[in-house]
Each structure stands twice: as structure tokens, then as C-alpha cells.
Write a protein that binds this ligand. Structure first.
Ligand SMILES: Nc1ncnc2c1ncn2[C@@H]1O[C@H](COP(=O)(O)OP(=O)(O)OP(=O)(O)O)[C@@H](O)[C@H]1O
Ligand SMILES: O=P(O)(O)OC[C@H]1O[C@](O)(CO)[C@@H](O)[C@@H]1O
Length: 323
């Protein structure tokens, strides 16, 4: 293989730059030319490719966001759009692709490979950590630590004013960020798609806290919670109780930004090198991930469709620790 291209797609995630860097550097090491595609599949359709030498990724490992930018492309969901993208790649003589993104990015990559046969390997880049075939995704650790820092600060006010705070964290369909930051932040209860908590459970947890002379409480809600968002749940609890001073904070996109943690930089570097070397070894339509500290390749089909369950023991532990 003489030329490959790399792009980032879906939501940006801290560590994506470290992954781009690893792709550029390892391809260069193996004498393969690298092209960067701007704005994911959208830029691919428009032919926004440029050559990336090793120096193009200098001083980027510590930066948040993505130097290649990202986009959610509706045109790529059509065969016509994908055909245009393929023609652009042919024009640049691209023989392999590295896609850094989440499950949507891999769904698109799988279809693209099936239609046009171009070899493509994914690196798991999303703060949601909802991808099978890797213990963690790039950006997740940083997002959890950002959420944790915010929770600690909110707890100061909760404690000073004897308040109950409903804090909503990101996770489109999963509660990974909620569970990890909830345990780390000492939440009284975690409400996420993976547990079957009801409004009654939230109220009971708050009552138990009162019994144990707690003056304040944190209710951690995952964005993807099926019962509703933090604002809705807080209103329901307020309506069903008396005397609680409730506030709601939605942390939002703060969780997607910032300098990546050491864990994210290393995960990004390992999977980036793994993707390039996988392509050079003839692998395709797989994701490079890290499981039990080993590099593994998981077919896109499994990475997208298999569930990576949240450890229920962690959720049980929240009940013990919040007493
Ligand atoms: N079924 C599909 N067919 C073709 N293209 C798709 C499909 N699903 C997603 N894509 C393409 O992949 C892009 C990225 O997907 P998506 O926006 O779902 O983000 P993601 O990769 O899941 O990342 P994140 O988890 O951060 O949201 C989409 O904007 C779209 O261009
Ligand atoms: O920035 P956008 O496009 O609104 O996407 C938000 C979504 O992206 C994520 O941050 C990452 O997938 C989700 O947690 C969230 O639901």
C-alpha cells in the first residue's frame, strides 16, 4: 500500500488528535503516504484531502478537538453520496482508510467497504464508550474526569445550601460516563439506561440519605436515560416530595473538550498504530481496540451491534457507598 487517508467523524473526542498523529507517524514510518480528509465523510464527498507529512501532527498530541475537524453528514447516508466520496478517493489514489469515530462512523465504513471494496479500519473515537471490542473508547476517560471536576464543584454548592442537585452527563444511548463519574463523584443515585430506576427509587434514595443525616445529595442522570432528562426527573421528584431544594445542571459539551488524559493519549496512539499496521497486514472492515491491555481487531459488524454491558456490580456498589 502506497497511500492511505485518515479522517475523524461523528462527535469530536479528546484524544482524536493523538490518534491522527499515530496514524500519520506510523504510516510514515512504514513508508506510506498519508492524506488527511477534512470534516469526515462530508469532506470526503467534496474531495477535501491534503497530504500530511510527519510535521503536520507536531504539537498536537495534547490538543482537544480534532485538527481534521468533524461533521455529521446526511449525504453520505445515500448511495450517491458514497459514490462521490469513492470517486474523490480514487482521484487521490487512496488505497486504504482509517476512520476515527463512533458506531455511526463504523456503520458508514462497513457499508462503504461493502459497496466499493476499499480497505478500511476504524479507531474507537467517542466519549460515550458504547462500542464493543474495546474496553474503553478514545475520549471517554477525559470526559469522565471533566464531569468529575464539575460534580466536585457542584457538590460545594449542594453542601453549602443543603440542596439536591440533578446533574445530567452525556451519553446518547449509554450510561458509561454517568456510572464512572457518579461513582467517582460520590453520587447518591445514578439513573442510566442500564438500570431500571424509577422516580420512586430516586425519592427513596434521597429519603435514605436524610435518615443518615445527609444535608445534600447528587442525583446523576445519563443523557440517554429512557425515563427522561434531568429536568423532567427533577420536576417529578419535586412534585412528589416536600421541602427539597432542587437544582438541575446539564454539563453538556464541556465533556467533549479539553486536553486528553494520559490514558486517552495512549489508547489513541495504540489504536492508531494498530489501524495502520492492520491495513498493511491486509485487514479490513475491522476496528482496532484494546481489550485487557492487548490490541485486538473486531469486525465492524460486532463493534456496532454487540452490546458492551455495564458492570452491574458497579451499580450495586453505588447503593452500598451512598448510604
Ligand atoms: N447508516 C448509515 N449509513 C451511512 N452513513 C452513516 C450511517 N450512520 C452514520 N453514518 C455516517 O457516519 C457519520 C457519523 O455517525 P454519527 O453522527 O452517528 O456519529 P458516531 O460515529 O456514532 O460518533 P458519536 O458516538 O460521537 O456520535 C454520520 O454523520 C453519517 O455521515
Ligand atoms: O454535538 P452533537 O452533535 O449535538 O452530539 C451530541 C451527542 O454526541 C455525544 O457527545 C457523543 O456521541 C453524545 O454523548 C451526545 O448525545
Amino acid at each position: 500500500m502506497k497511500r492511505m487517508a485518515v479522517f475523524t467523524s461523528g462527535g469530536d473526542a479528546p484524544g482524536m488528535n493523538a490518534c491522527i498523529r499515530a496514524v500519520v507517524r506510523s504510516a510514515t514510518y512504514h513508508n506510506v503516504e498519508v492524506f488527511g480528509v477534512m470534516r469526515g465523510y462530508e469532506g470526503m464527498i467534496r474531495g477535501r484531502l491534503h497530504r500530511m507529512e510527519s510535521s503536520a501532527v507536531s504539537n498536537t498530541i495534547q490538543k482537544g478537538g480534532t485538527i481534521l475537524k468533524s461533521a455529521r453528514s446526511s449525504e453520505f447516508k445515500t448511495h450517491e453520496g458514497r459514490k462521490k466520496a469513492y470517486q474523490q478517493l480514487r482521484h487521490f489514489d487512496i488505497e486504504g482508510l482509517v476512520a476515527i469515530g463512533g458506531d455511526g462512523t463504523f456503520t458508514a465504513a462497513k457499508v462503504f467497504h461493502e459497496e466499493f471494496g476499499l480497505p478500511i479500519i476504524g479507531c474507537p473515537g467517542t466519549i460515550d464508550n458504547d462500542i464493543y471490542g474495546t474496553d474503553y473508547t478514545i475520549g471517554y476517560d477525559t470526559a469522565v474526569n471533566t464531569a468529575l471536576e464539575a460534580i466536585d464543584k457542584i457538590r460545594d454548592t449542594a453542601d453549602s445550601h443543603n440542596r439536591v442537585f440533578f446533574i445530567e452527563v452525556m451519553g446518547r444511548d449509554s450510561g458509561y460516563i454517568a456510572v464512572q463519574s457518579g461513582i467517582g463523584g460520590g453520587a447518591e443515585i445514578i439513573v442510566s439506561p442500564e438500570n431500571s430506576n424509577t422516580t420512586e427509587d430516586i425519592i427513596n434514595a434521597l429519603r435514605k440519605g436524610k435518615l443518615h443525616h445527609k444535608a445534600s445529595a447528587i442525583v446523576l442522570v445519563a443523557e440517554g436515560e429512557v425515563m427522561g432528562n434531568a429536568t423532567k426527573l427533577a420536576a417529578e421528584v419535586q412534585a412528589a416530595t416536600e421541602g427539597l431544594d432542587i437544582r438541575v445542571t446539564t454539563l453538556g459539551h464541556i465533556q467533549r473538550g479539553g486536553s486528553p488524559t494520559a490514558s486517552d493519549r495512549i489508547l489513541a496512539s495504540r489504536t492508531g498504530v494498530g489501524a495502520v499496521e492492520g491495513l498493511l497486514n491486509g485487514k479490513t472492515s475491522v476496528m482496532a481496540g484494546i481489550q485487557n491491555n492487548h490490541l485486538v481487531y473486531t469486525p465492524f459488524d460486532e463493534a456496532i451491534n454487540k452490546k458492551k454491558p455495564i458492570n452491574q456490580e458497579l451499580l450495586r456498589m453505588v447503593k452500598i457507598l451512598s448510604i
